[in-house]
Design a protein around this ligand. Structure first.
Ligand SMILES: [Ca+2]
Length: 244
């Protein structure tokens, strides 16, 4: 009996709510399930997709072999976006991914739809592609409404363009096609640090990372990507609703 109790305690320590150096695990998904139909997206576990609004309702996200397979439909007018609620100030997002083609990429976009000074809640984004990783501050760069409106009107000055470009950092990374990689994105204060397969790739300090409320993560896929084992850890809870 004692052994049973110890065993169940050991299992409990691996489940939601357990805190380690990454913080408290607030969400995890291993995608070990199948959809009941093959017509529309049916990811489950709280995920939403943009297939109804941007791809005519065609299926873009499938669950196969215990992983989430994301593929942009030929009729879609926007990259696939697969979103889940997050909810932290400082924290870590981990996932495993595989890119099958050299042109494929996966974006992990951190968003706060209540942040009205940016387009569509975009705060910052980590992009992974074959051989490369980028970290971009969108809140004060491309996605601030002010910058976006100026850009759309063709009125960004060369200085403004330079300032926006400086908010994206590019790193080389040993990402290969047809291979599973693990990705860790750790946000503490105004620093975002990315590790691949357990090894540091790069970090970047910028104001967007300190945004108090990372309410949502959105996986952005302009072609194809396979994702598994998504975990979200909160090191500190979100700031107050009115906090910028
Ligand atoms: Ca899995």
């Amino acid at each position: 009996m004692k052994t049973l109790i110890l065993l169940s305690l050991a299992f409990a320590s691996c489940s939601l709510g357990h805190a380690d150096e990454r913080g408290k695990l607030i969400f995890s998904d291993n995608f070990e399930r199948t959809a009941s139909q093959q017509t529309n997206d049916e990811v489950g576990n709280g995920w939403t997709t943009n297939s109804a609004s941007r791809a005519g309702g065609n299926k873009q996200v499938d669950l196969k072999n215990g992983a989430m397979h994301i593929a942009m439909h030929p009729t879609a007018d926007h990259a696939v976006s697969v979103a889940h609620e997050a909810g932290f100030r400082d924290g870590t997002v981990e996932l495993r991914f595989m890119l099958e083609d050299a042109k494929d990429s996966l974006g992990v976009d951190f968003a706060d739809l209540q942040c009205k000074e940016v387009w569509a809640g975009h705060l910052f984004k980590i992009d992974v592609g074959v051989g490369k990783v980028s970290i971009m501050d969108s809140k004060f760069g491309t996605m601030s409404l002010e910058n976006r409106n100026l850009r759309l009107a063709g009125k960004l000055t060369p200085e403004q363009q330079k300032a926006i470009a400086a908010l994206k950092k590019n790193f080389t990374a040993p990402i290969a096609t047809g291979k599973w990689h693990s990705l860790s994105i750790r946000i503490v204060g105004d620093i975002a640090a990315v590790a691949l397969d357990g090894k540091p790739i790069g970090s970047f300090a910028s104001a967007a990372f300190a945004h108090p409320t990372k309410r949502m993560i959105r996986l952005g896929v302009p072609r194809k990507a396979v994702v598994d084992d998504v975990m979200i850890f909160a090191l500190t809870a979100t700031g107050s609703p009115g906090e910028k």
